[in-house]
Design a binder for this molecule. Structure first.
Ligand code: GTP
Ligand code: MG
Length: 195
């Protein structure tokens, strides 16, 4: 995969600041610390294009990244993570306003890439989000992260368990690791299929 260019377009604290471009958008969302920014960096083969941190709640703004492949222009959107225990109610509401404002308002949104730590079960946060996206007809890709943390057998077992937790919901599932780069090629393939 040849990435010609990857750069920050804008970081936004409020909905009216979101850029309006014709680039198809892929939005990365999920629990705080799940690895959204790291996955984005792995995809564009850059170490710190999106800022990552071992402290949850690093990404508090909505970051728009322009990504150019050979002949293809798209936008990656790094959304702030939810479920960070130490945030106040006010901050939680601000998250909701930003993320829902983005998901409801974006005309270029192509796919919501929902991230889930492979070691955790889907919580109500994820299942409600999946339902919310389905009601709005947003194509959703469930990406399991940090697969390097598990041995092969355990990994397979977790995939089967999470698939079961998805019940009958129509969501594609991919296994990735930003660290070992497992599944990054497959994720690019899934992205390209959606353009
Ligand atoms: P917020 O911005 O707080 O919502 O977090 P985020 O979802 O963007 O997570 P981020 O990419 O900042 O990663 C959080 C932590 O998980 C960092 O310490 C990363 O190094 C680590 N991490 C991310 N991806 C992987 C992975 O594939 N494998 C391993 N072992 N660690 C990872
Ligand atoms: Mg982040």
């Amino acid at each position: 995969m040849k990435i010609r260019r990857a750069e920050l377009n804008r970081s936004c604290a409020r909905v009216p600041q979101f850029p309006r471009t014709s680039r198809p958008e892929f939005a990365f969302l999920g629990r705080s610390n799940v690895g959204k920014s790291s996955l984005l960096n792995a995809l564009v083969q850059r170490k710190q294009l999106a800022r990552t941190s071992s402290t949850p709640g690093k990404t508090r703004l909505v970051h728009f990244f322009e990504v150019d492949l050979e002949g293809i222009e798209l936008m990656f959107v790094d959304l702030p993570g939810y479920g960070w225990a130490r945030v106040s109610r006010k901050e939680r509401e601000s998250w909701r306003g930003l993320v829902e404002g983005y998901l409801e308002g974006s005309e270029a949104l192509c796919t919501a890439v929902l991230l889930q730590d492979i070691r955790r079960d889907l919580s109500e946060d994820e299942t409600l989000l999946i339902e919310w996206l389905r009601e709005r007809d947003v194509d959703t890709l469930l990406v399991l992260t940090k697969a390097d943390k598990l041995k092969n057998m355990r990994r397979k077992k977790r995939v089967a368990e999470i698939r079961q937790q998805l019940a009958e919901r129509e969501v594609s599932l991919l296994v990735t690791s930003s660290q070992s780069k497992l599944g990054i090629f497959e994720l690019w393939d899934a992205i390209r299929q959606r353009l």
